[in-house]
Structures are given as structure tokens and as C-alpha cells.
Design a protein around this ligand. Structure first.
Ligand SMILES: Cc1ncc(COP(=O)(O)O)c(C=O)c1O
Length: 462
């Protein structure tokens, strides 16, 4: 009972008392003040100690059970679950579900069902709900992308968007130029069609332009696939010069650019997070937007802005892929945006992620050994590291896994084999404490490995 005397509840605070109580008990469990297998105090006793209603303690214990911290044993009480060390997941690029605006979205779904009834469950247009497309048009206008509803195609996630472009535009004879490294899902989609893939290395401010132009001349590409803001996996942002250069090359050599804008909304320190589409005078850019990183990936919603001459082939590819994207969810997103909830959500998300981003930058600066090559991104969620030559990528990943740390292996992002060792660290789904602890362990392992290799010792015994 002693440990529970530390709990301080602020009865003036806005969040409910039961939530405060649950959060503080979680804190005590995480800090191992309350140990695994320990029995929680009887409800009446704790309510007496803290001078709160019995109902407050009951609800707090329910929250602890929902969040998997305790287990109720009928007739014996509530017990803290024994907790193995939590896995720090730097591999996942999926946002924390604590950031999903569930309450607002629940209200919106109910509103749509009340308003539209069965209509919400009919087939909808293959190109997407007209009212949603109007909202999306307004949304991208804020980012200086001028478009018409007819150019917008609603898709079931950006991955489907890439697949539709592949089906609509490319054959095995065609060449696609990609950044090297690039997004794994796009590499997979291009490979599935058997197109010729050419990778161009990235520099700090965009593609290696000399190599890009040489490759264009050599291969006469149909498409260039790029992520100009906070590229996945490297976090690289293209300079204004680079962005203009890509557009002029597309005009000169007559190819399309598929711009994958999965994250430009999370710009923290970029001088220029404009999209290529907002600068595209010649209509050479196919703009692809995902809502997965900035909203909720399970909604499977995204959209394309497509040059006129490609409209019908893309619509045809969509119809044979899945006929249309969920009508109910399209109506809900339209309503969500129309009621101004989108701006509120993005604002809050940006603030939360910026704090995490700043913390990661600080910890990396302080902890990462000098022999690791690294360039700070100006926004987004990804950090990309090149390991010293002596460290083998897969061995390193396995050793981190044994220390309960997951990162994405660099090789996943290359379309061809590479000899160098890399890894991507994403902060999409980690808490502050995990960033500190995780980076501590990663840098420790790198230092140890380099020292061990020098002294001839091959393996770190864990
Ligand atoms: C760069 C990039 N493009 C597209 C996607 C696919 O997004 P969606 O979930 O919208 O299909 C991802 C997902 O990780 C991504 O990282």
C-alpha cells in the first residue's frame, strides 16, 4: 500500500480522475515501483486512501485491464501482469494509435449514417465521391495545387495508387527511374509488372542530377518516381533548385513524374516543402497523396491528381482493381474535412510529432558515434543511418533484436543488392522514453561492435 501513497490526483484538472489514477498506476508499474504479479489494493481501501469515489477506482482498474497492465482473478482481486521488457519498435512507420482521432471520427460516422442511411452503403463512383473530391480540391489548394474535381481520383491507399499507375501506364518495355534507396512498396509494385528499374543515388538535397540526366539519356524513361519531401527511407528533402530541375527534365525528355507525397504535412524545419505538383506548369506530375501517416492507415484512403490524358486509363485500372473505394468512409472523410476537424487534427499531430522529432535529433546528436554516417532530415518521421564498413547489416539487426529493439534493415529499400550496411529508424510509433533508451542501446552496440572488430572478437555475447 506504501507505493500508492505517492499518487497525487488533481481534482481541478480537466481529465477525469479515473484517467489520472490509471495513468499514475501505469507510471508506478513502468518504473517497477509496483512489481509484476503484485496484487492491487482492494477498491474500497484505495478509494479511502486517496479520498475518491469507489466508482473512480473501479473505472481506473478497468482502464488498466483494457490497456493490458493488470489481470482480474475472480474472487482474489486484480494483479499486475508480469511485464517482459517492452520492444522498442523503430521499424514501424505506422503512426501511434493514440494519435487517431477516434472520438471525433465515431461522431462523424454516426452523423453520416443518420444523414445518408442506406445510401452510404451503395456502390460509389469509381473515381470517388464527388463531394469528397470537392473537399480534396479545397484541401490541396491550400498547398497551392490548382486542380479540378475531374482530375482527382480517390483510391484505397497510396499503395493502390502506385499499383494503378503501374497498370495504367507501364509495360515490360518501359523504364522507371527511382531514387536509390526508395520506398519498398513502390519497388515491389514496379517489379511485379516486370518494368526496367533504374536507381539514381540521393545526395543531401535531392537526386544526383548528373547521374539522373545520364540515366534519362540512356534509357528514355516513361516515369520518374520520387518523394521530394522527407523521402522514405532517407528523410532527404529536395532543394528548390532540384525541384525545378526535375520539372524541366520531365519537359525536355518527355516523361511523367509520380510524386509520392506521403508526409509533406509534417514539415518542421524545411525552407521549401512545396510539392512538385504545385510547381508543375506542364502537367507532367501525377500527384499521389496518402492519409496513412497523417491520419489513420486502416481507413485505406488516399487520392491521385492526374493529368487529363491519363484519366481514362487510370479509371479503368481502378474499376478492375476494386470497383471503388468504400463509400461510407469517403462520406465520413468528406464530413470530417468539411467540419474543419482535419485542420485541428493536423495541427495537433504536428505538435506531437515535432516534440518527438526534436527529442530524436537531440538524442542522435548526443549519442550516435561519429563513425555512423547520418544527415538530419528537416521533417517527417524517418532517420537513415549508414553503418561503419566493419559492421554487417543483418548481424547488427539480429543483435538489436536480441536487445528488444527493432529497426528497418536498409536492404529492404534497394532494388538491387548493396554491399553497404544501413538501417532506417522511424519515430512514428515510439514514446519519448523509448527513443532515449533505444538510441542508448543502438549507439552502445555500434561502439561495441567496432571495438570488438578491432580487437578481433567477432560476436557480442548478449
Ligand atoms: C512513401 C510511401 N508511399 C506510399 C505508402 C503507402 O501508403 P498507404 O497506406 O496510403 O497505402 C507508404 C506506406 O508506408 C509510404 O511509406
Amino acid at each position: 500500500m506504501e507505493s500508492y501513497r505517492e499518487i497525487r490526483l488533481d481534482k481541478r484538472k480537466e481529465n477525469y480522475l479515473y484517467q489520472q489514477l490509471a495513468d499514475q498506476i501505469i507510471g508506478l508499474i513502468e518504473e517497477k515501483v509496483i512489481k509484476g504479479e503484485e496484487r492491487l489494493p482492494a477498491i474500497k481501501k484505495l478509494s479511502g486512501l486517496l479520498d475518491v469515489n469507489i466508482a473512480t477506482v473501479v473505472r481506473a482498474y478497468e482502464v488498466l485491464e483494457e490497456r493490458d497492465y493488470i489481470i482480474k482473478k475472480p474472487g482474489s482481486g486484480c494483479f499486475v501482469k508480469s511485464r517482459e521488457e517492452k520492444i522498442v519498435n523503430f521499424a514501424s512507420g505506422t503512426p501511434s494509435y493514440d494519435f487517431f482521432p477516434i472520438e471525433d471520427f465515431k461522431k462523424i460516422i454516426n452523423h453520416v449514417m443518420d444523414k445518408d442511411g442506406a445510401k452510404a452503403f451503395e456502390y460509389t463512383l469509381g473515381q470517388g465521391d464527388m463531394e469528397l473530391r470537392r473537399e480534396l480540391r479545397k484541401y490541396i489548394r491550400k498547398y497551392n495545387i490548382q486542380s479540378h474535381e475531374d482530375q482527382i481520383h480517390v483510391i484505397s491507399g497510396a499503395q493502390q495508387g502506385i499499383d494503378l499507375i503501374v497498370k495504367a501506364l507501364l509495360t515490360q518495355e518501359d523504364t522507371v527511374i527511382i531514387e536509390n534507396p526508395s520506398y519498398t512498396g513502390a519497388i515491389g509494385a514496379f517489379k511485379s509488372r516486370g518494368v526496367q528499374l533504374e536507381g539514381v543515388p540521393l545526395k543531401n538535397d535531392g537526386m544526383d542530377l548528373k547521374k539522373l540526366e545520364e540515366t534519362i539519356k540512356k534509357t528514355d524513361p516513361k516515369l520518374l518516381y520520387v518523394m521530394p519531401n522527407f523521402q522514405n527511407p532517407t528523410g532527404t528533402s529536395y532543394s528548390s533548385y532540384q525541384k525545378n530541375k526535375l520539372l524541366s527534365l520531365a519537359k525536355e525528355y518527355d516523361f511523367y513524374i509520380l510524386e509520392d507525397d506521403y508526409l509533406s504535412d509534417l514539415s518542421f524545419y524545411s525552407q521549401d516543402s512545396r510539392t512538385l505538383k504545385s510547381m508543375d506548369k506542364e502537367n507532367k506530375v501525377i500527384y499521389l497523396k496518402s492519409f496513412s501517416k497523417i491520419f489513420m492507415p486502416g481507413l485505406r484512403l488516399g487520392f491521385l491528381v492526374v493529368p487529363e490524358e491519363l484519366q481514362s486509363s487510370i479509371l479503368e485500372a481502378k474499376l478492375i482493381s476494386d470497383i471503388s473505394t468504400s463509400g461510407l468512409l469517403q462520406r465520413a472523410l468528406k464530413e470530417y474535412m468539411g467540419q474543419g476537424l482535419w485542420e485541428k487534427h493536423i495541427e495537433a499531430l504536428k505538435n506531437l510529432y515535432q516534440k518527438r522529432f526534436d527529442l530524436a535529433m537531440k538524442e542522435i546528436t548526443e549519442k550516435m558515434p561519429e563513425m555512423v554516417k547520418f544527415t538530419f532530415p528537416k521533417g517527417g518521421l524517418n532517420f537513415w543511418f549508414e553503418l561503419p564498413e566493419t559492421i554487417k547489416e543483418q548481424e547488427f539487426i539480429n543483435q538489436l533484436e536480441a536487445m528488444n529493439i527493432l529497426v528497418a534493415p536498409g536492404r529492404l529499400f534497394f532494388h538491387e543488392k548493396t554491399d553497404k550496411s544501413y538501417f532506417r529508424m522511424s519515430i512514428a510509433n515510439v514514446e519519448d522514453k523509448e527513443i532515449r533508451q533505444g538510441l542508448e542501446k543502438i549507439s552502445y552496440l555500434i561502439k561495441w561492435e567496432c571495438a570488438a572488430k578491432k580487437s578481433g572478437k567477432e560476436q557480442l555475447i548478449l
